[in-house]
Structure formats: C-alpha cells, structure tokens
Write a protein that binds this ligand. Structure first.
Ligand code: PEP
Ligand code: MN
Length: 330
C-alpha cells in the first residue's frame, strides 16, 4: 500500500499514527519530490479508508504491485535536458571504454554531429576475464565528462562497485548499473543514494520481474529516475550471441508505460547486425538506443567487433533519427 502525504505533513507523525493502527511503514521519496509511506503487503490488513482519514494523508493506493515506485514512474523522463519517451528517439553513443582524452573527444565530436544526445564510455569496466582491459579508472571519467561538455552531450557511465559510485555520480548525468551487477543490492543502494538517475541493464539471466524489482531498489534508495536497458539475455543458441528480448521491451513500454533503452551492441556482439536490431527495437517501442562506436574498431581496447565505425554509425543515426532529419539536437 502506498500512502501519499501532503507537502505540509510530517512523515514521522503519520508513521506514528500508522504504527498505532498496527502498521509498519517506510518513508520513500517519489518522483517530483512527493513523500510517500510504503506499507508492505503483509502489514496492510486494514481498510484503506481508515488511513485516508489520518491528517496529512492525501491518497492511499492499495496496489498489489511489488514495485509501486516503478509503477509511479512517468512515461517521459527528462535527464540533462533530454526527454526519454518523447516523440523522438534518443541516441546514446560512444566507445566501450574511454581510451584516451583525444580518442573520446574525437568520438564525442562525431556522435554529436550525427545527432546523439548522450556520450557513453566506460572508465571502470566489468570484464569477464581479469586479464582483459579493465578501464583507465578515475582519469577516464574526467576525459569523458570534458568531451561530453565540449560537444553538448549528456554523460552515461558505469559504476562497477560501491567505491566507484561517488566519482561516477559526480561527473555523470546518468549512472549505469551493468548487467552483471543488476542484483548487486549493495551497489543498487549506493547508486540510489547518490541521487542520480540510473540506467539499469537487465541481468543476462534475469526475469522481467527481477529487473523491475532491481529498479524498485534504486528508486527506494533515492534514485530520482530509472531507465531500464535491455541488452540481451542468454539464449540456447550462441550464433547471434545473446537473445535481444524485444518482447520484454514491448511489455515494459506498453503494459508498464516505461521509456526503455535498448543496447543491441552487447546483445548481438557484431557490428553488421546493429542497425537491423536497432530498427526492430524502435518498432518494439524503445525510447532510446545505446550504441557502441569507435573511430577505429579494429584498434579498440575492448568490444571492437561490435563497435560501429564512423560510416556505419552515420548510417544508423540517419536510420534511427530519420523521423526528424532537420533537427538532430534532441
Ligand atoms: C557496457 O555497456 O559497457 C557493458 C559492459 O554492458 P553490459 O553490462 O550490458 O554487459
Ligand atoms: Mn562494451
């Protein structure tokens, strides 16, 4: 049960009154600063009308949903002046890892010209092998943020562990939680507490409900917004690497009314299949696409085979943003 309070109400006093009625509750901050009290289902065996009569209570939603804060997310989310879920799709683009100040600057210039809204790039990389390139760490965050600012782009980058949340949140507009970390609850708490919007990659073996609950963790711990990002789940056939689950994208977009991000790069793992998958993602209702691109994919320090080179990226951007060819600033 979600109890919404008026802006003048003292949450502690209302909590005390609920406790007197035998109900345990927790304070949660909703989107747009509203204060709610969450009464867990096992504690909610009381007529909602009794609660509605308490001073300071303006609404009681007796929702059977286990993720009321996700349910309350708006269809459109504005971050860094860009709207996810509006009429125009957004492009998030950049390399797998931030490799040097010059290379990230050149990529930022190029993707900005092609109409991208956000620059992505990892400073702290989750790699399957401990011998693979792990990212340049904190200095790369600065290179990324400088390049984005210079070319008018927002910043998305990953916090790999609780220790990297503070430096990432300081410079990023959106903090990415990687697929391998979707159920790292300590990290979800820390990212939520950073107060930054989060981009939550779907775990590669996570159900949609587990994914939504991970989003609920972020919101419950203070994230002002969560963007759910589908990046492929483990299928039975590895020919096309992961299975890009566009059914779940359509489900989140239609049934849950969420602006969904799709990352075809990590799904299919090869550059020649990124454009068809991106178009399919849009058709399934994706609000934004996250695409890995590199100026010289053959020399990339990570994920080169899936990175789009300049001409392929340009073709993709045109195909995706074609609905509004005159305005690439969205
Ligand atoms: C990434 O986006 O850089 C990444 C590592 O993705 P994922 O967590 O989906 O594998
Ligand atoms: Mn990558």
């Amino acid at each position: 049960m979600l109890v919404t309070l008026s802006s003048e109400a003292d949450p502690r006093r209302v909590q005390g009154e609920l406790a007197a009625l035998g109900l345990w509750s927790e304070t949660v901050r909703g989107s747009k600063g509203a204060v709610h009290l969450l009464v867990p289902r096992h504690s909610a065996a009381l007529d909602p009308q009794r609660i509605l009569e308490l001073p300071g209570v303006v609404d009681v939603a007796a929702s059977p949903s286990p993720h009321p804060l996700v349910d309350a997310l708006p269809r459109e989310l504005e971050v860094a002046g860009r709207v996810f879920g509006g009429a125009r799709p957004l492009l998030i683009a950049g390399p797998c890892s931030v490799e040097s100040p010059d290379s990230i600057d050149a990529i930022a210039a190029r993707v900005a010209t092609e109409g991208a809204s956000f620059l992505r790039g990892g400073a702290f990389k989750p790699r399957s092998s401990p011998y693979a390139f792990q990212g340049h760490g904190a200095p790369a965050l600065r290179w990324l943020a400088d390049a984005a600012a210079k070319h008018g782009l927002g910043v998305i980058t990953e916090a790999l562990d609780e220790g990297s949340v503070a430096p990432v949140a300081e410079l990023a507009d959106i903090v990415q939680v990687g697929s391998r970390n979707m159920q790292n609850f300590g990290l979800l708490r820390a990212v939520g507490a950073s107060g930054r919007p989060a981009l939550l990659k779907r775990g590669m073996a996570a159900t949609v409900d587990e994914w939504l609950l991970a989003g609920e963790y972020l919101l419950h711990h203070g994230a002002p917004a969560v963007l759910f990002c589908e990046r492929g789940v483990r299928g039975f056939d590895e020919r096309a690497r992961n299975l890009l689950d566009l059914g779940s994208v359509a489900l989140l977009a239609t049934e849950h009314g969420l602006p969904v991000v799709v990352d075809p790069s990590h799904a299919v793992g090869r550059s020649d299949l990124i454009t068809p998958l991106s178009l399919a993602a849009r058709a399934a209702g994706a609000a934004a696409l996250m695409i890995e691109t590199h100026d010289a994919p053959g020399e990339a320090l990570s994920d080169g085979p899936q990175a789009l080179g300049p001409s392929r990226f340009s073709e993709l951007a045109r195909a995706i943003l074609a609905q509004d060819p005159e305005d690439k600033s969205a």
